[in-house]
Design a protein around this ligand. Sequence first.
Ligand code: DGP
Length: 138
Amino acid sequence: MDSCIFCKIIRGEIPSYKVYEDELVIAILDVNPSSNGHTLVMPKEHFSDVTTTPKNILDHCFEVSQVIAQAQIKQLHATGVNIITNAGKSAGQSVMHFHIHVIPRYENDGLDISLGFPIKKIENKDMLLLCDSIKKGI
Ligand code: DGP
């Protein structure tokens, strides 16, 4: 993907703070960090988001995310970690190259404790419909 900013980083055309690299994956510090050590884990091959990434690559990205999270706890003394991935513009994805945010959390770090997701009240009958609908797609 010629125009993809993360592909450019992977090719070394744009500088980054590289935390980890292997044959399939790189991990870099986010240019707009939410906390100290906020890291992005991504496959070297271009896939648009979590829903289109092959399972073996997805598994490896999450394994690497776990290792990064453990390092953030050990080295940065994080007391928690949010591991999230946004898929699609409506979910807040701004770079359309699959990546996982590994966001170390600290006591009183000023971030919303649940990253700002509000709670929506849904009636039982609608919960049943939603549950059935998702089950049909599996
Ligand atoms: P998302 O909104 O989930 O697509 O997250 C994209 C993240 O990528 C966002 O937190 C900022 C980060 N980002 C965008 N451009 C660059 C860049 O050129 N370098 C680095 N290191 N991070 C970037």
